[in-house]
Design a protein around this ligand. Structure first.
Ligand code: PLP
Length: 372
């Protein structure tokens, strides 16, 4: 049987029971289950605020939009970011007419703090750190660099649902999670944007709901003739999450730690199997209990190995192609040599809850045979 890169697993009966509650109540939209999921997410992560939205892409946009306005950033102000990410991270910067400035990645494929520091200019306003595959990289050092230079820190935690660093959930001024279909907490499409400050969270809630200052669910508890009345304070967006996605998310959250522990077990089987071979894997940073969204290796013959594995019905992926290889992010001068180099070498091996030790042994055998 073919071995796919990702296969999400759902506690189907429990999901259906939660969804049924929404249908019976007649409430599938913003509010109700979204409120419950936000509370449960705060309890789980220890973060003070969480707003449930329709994707991490929307969350990253809101992060930059709210901070830009709160801090008075100007168009073309600079955000230090990585090329080794899904394009959403960098598009979010452009949505706000800000300028992505690329810093290089380290051995964890996360932003290298030294290179970040070397790329700071008087126009730098924030660092956008991406925890690739659930890895925390040198996150603590990035926090120090941001503090030292008075920069905001945006954490793209799309892969990090369940990741802990030295026993705690890593956070920035704003932390954005993805619950897209194949993430470690899969729904279908949704996410969570978690601001550190209440004031930012309040603004974000309005902006994610068309700039309206009172959502329809909170209006249901209003008394009197003015239940319908609201004001519009911003040119907001339709980025809110809905109760059907939250219903699935609530169930998936119950199993997140258990599922991630199994993902780490799969990764350990890979590591054990590749030991002593010429195939290198991306290490997990010290102190990081990774959600293990990905297991990544790097080889000299990536494309050839990919074809050989496909012949054996094994379907790996690539996370990611250096964003600076895309036409609209092209750079004349290569300012991130490690990102350039790794872009041609990395491969993500299948990692999901349906894989057995036997499957991993089969994959490792093929990788050792065809990889160089
Ligand atoms: C690193 C990273 N950031 C952001 C996103 C966007 O997430 P979403 O699909 O929830 O918008 C993804 C999705 O793949 C991602 O991998």
């Amino acid at each position: 049987m073919a071995i796919q890169l990702f296969v999400p697993k759902f506690a189907i009966d429990e999901c259906l029971a939660e969804i049924r509650e929404c249908l019976e109540k007649g409430w599938t939209g913003l509010g109700y289950k979204t409120v419950e999921f936000e509370q449960k997410w705060c309890d789980y992560t220890g973060l003070p605020h969480a707003h449930f939205i329709n994707s991490a892409t929307s969350g990253l946009h809101l992060a930059l939009n709210v901070l830009k306005e709160a801090d008075g950033w100007q168009d073309e102000d600079e955000i230090i970011t990585s090329g080794m990410t899904f394009i959403s991270s960098n598009h979010a910067i452009l949505y706000e007419n800000l300028k992505p400035v690329f810093a290089d990645v380290d051995e964890y494929l996360c932003l290298d703090p030294e290179d970040v520091e070397s790329k700071i200019t008087p126009r730098t306003r924030a660092v956008l750190f991406i925890g690739i595959g659930g890895n925390t990289g040198q996150f603590d050092r990035i926090v120090e660099v941001c503090r030292k230079h008075g920069l905001r820190l945006i954490l793209d935690a799309a892969h990090m649902s369940g990741t802990r660093l030295n026993g705690r959930v890593p956070t920035g001024d704003v932390t954005v999670y993805s619950f897209q279909a194949v993430k470690t907490l899969p729904t279908a499409d949704s996410g969570m944007v978690c601001f550190a400050e209440k004031e930012w969270d309040d603004i974000c809630r309005k902006k994610a709901w068309m700039g309206i200052n009172k959502d329809t669910f909170s209006r249901t508890s209003d008394k009197g003739a003015y239940r319908w009345l609201y004001d519009v304070e911003y040119v907001g967006y339709k980025y809110n999450g809905n109760s059907i996605m939250a219903a699935i998310g609530l169930v998936q959250l119950r199993y997140l730690d258990r599922d991630n522990a199994y993902r780490r077990q799969v990764a350990a089987w890979y590591e054990e199997g590749l030991k002593g071979s010429q195939i290198a894997s991306i290490p997990t940073a010290p102190g990081c209990e990774s959600s293990r969204h990905l297991f990544q290796i790097h080889v000299n013959n990536r494309d050839e190995l990919m074809l050989a594995l496909n012949e054996s019905e094994i379907f790996p992926g690539v996370h990611y192609r250096d964003n600076r290889e895309y036409g609209m992010y092209k750079q004349d001068v290569d300012t991130c040599p490690n990102t350039t180099r790794m872009s041609d070498r990395i491969m993500s091996l299948p990692l999901h809850l349906g894989l057995s030790r036997r499957d991993i042994e089969t994959i490792v055998d093929r990788v050792r045979t065809y990889g160089r």
